[in-house]
Design a protein around this ligand. Sequence first.
Ligand SMILES: Nc1nc2c(c(=O)[nH]1)N[C@H]1C(S)=C(S)[C@@H](COP(=O)(O)O)O[C@H]1N2
Ligand SMILES: [Mo]
Length: 354
Amino acid sequence: MGNIILRPGWHIKESAATPHSFYKNRRSFIKSLGLGAIGLATTTNLACAGDRARTAEVNGTTQPRPQPNGPLDTIPANATRVGYPAARNGAFSVSERPESGRLVASSYNNFYEFDASTKRVWPLTADYDPFPWEIEVSGMVEAPQTFDLDALIRSMDLEERLYRFRCVEAWSMTIPWTGFPLAKLIERCNPLSSATFVKFTSVNRPQQMPGIRNQPWYDWPYYEALRIDEAMNEVAFVATGLYGEPLTKQNGAPLRLVLPWKYGYKGPKAVTKIEFFDRQPGTFWNDLQPGEYGFLSNVNPNIPHPRWSQATERFLLDENTQQRIETKLFNGYGEWVGNLYPNEPRDPSGPIIR
Ligand SMILES: Nc1nc2c(c(=O)[nH]1)N[C@H]1C(S)=C(S)[C@@H](COP(=O)(O)O)O[C@H]1N2
Ligand SMILES: [Mo]
C-alpha cells in the first residue's frame, strides 16, 4: 500500500500523505496475510456474486444495473422523503465562512467500504441498495429492539443544521444536514443507567460494497463509539439527509452520525447496529493505528497528527475553489461541548495528548 496517492485535476495530493492510509505495521501485515489465504478463496466467489448484483431482473430479462449519472444521482429511490425539506435550526449558524457547494460535498468523500484509495466513490455505489433498513439495539438496554428506519424517520421532527465538517486529513466543508439529535435516538434505546459508552456499527455488505470485497485487510464492518455524555450532547446529530434531500449513498445513506466537533471519522456512515456498554469499546481507526487516531479525536489545532499539523485546514467551497483557513478548537463548537473535556489542551503550549 503506497501512502501517497496522486489525484487527477483539482484533487491535489494531501500535504504529507494520505492520512487514513493503511500502514503495514507488523500486526496489521500479519493480519492481512492471515486473511489473504481465505481472501484468495472467497474473492472469486464474491466477484461472481458482485457480477450478479450488477444485473437486475426487468420484465423477466436480466439487464445490467444502471450506473449513476452523477454524484446527485445516488439518492436511493425508495428513501424516506417525509419531512423534507426540513426547517433550519438557527442556533447553529456558521458566520465566518460560506456553505460548501452540494456537488463537492457529494463527490469528495471518504467511504472506505467502496474504495479507500479515492475520494470519488459515488460511481462505485450502484449495487448498494440500503432500503428497507433496520437498526438493531442491544447490550446494556432495558430490552433489545429493532427499529425500522422509515418508521423511525417518520416519528422524528426533522430539522436542518448547517455544520462545519473537518476531516483528520485537514480538508473541510460547511454542510447543511437534515436529521434529528442523536440524544432523541439514544433515549428511545432505553439504555441502563449503568451504561457509559455507546458503539455504532456500519453495514457489512461485501456483495454491494467493492471496498469490503477488495480490501480484506481492514477490520470490517466499520465501527465507532462515544461516551454517553458525548452522544447526549445537543450538537451530536443523526443525519438522514443533506442539502434538503435524503443522503446520497456516498454520504452515508440511509443514516450516519455527524459529530462536528470531532474529526470526520468519528461519524460512521450507514449505521445498522447500536450497542451500550459500561466500558470503552474499541473503534475502527483507534484499533488499527492507536498512535495516530485516539478515542476522543476532538478537532484541536493544538494537537498535531504525528504526520502533519492540524493548525490549518483546506476549506473546500466547491469543486474548483479551496482556501487555507485556521482550524478552531472543537471546530468552533466549544460553547456546547467544551465542558465535556476538562483535559483537552486549550493552547499551543499545552501537553500533547491523543
Ligand atoms: N462506514 C464508514 N463511515 C465513515 C467513513 C468510512 O470510510 N466508512 N469515513 C469517515 C471519514 S474519514 C470521514 S472524513 C467522513 C466523510 O463523510 P463525507 O464523505 O460525507 O464528507 O465519513 C466518516 N464515516
Ligand atoms: Mo476523514
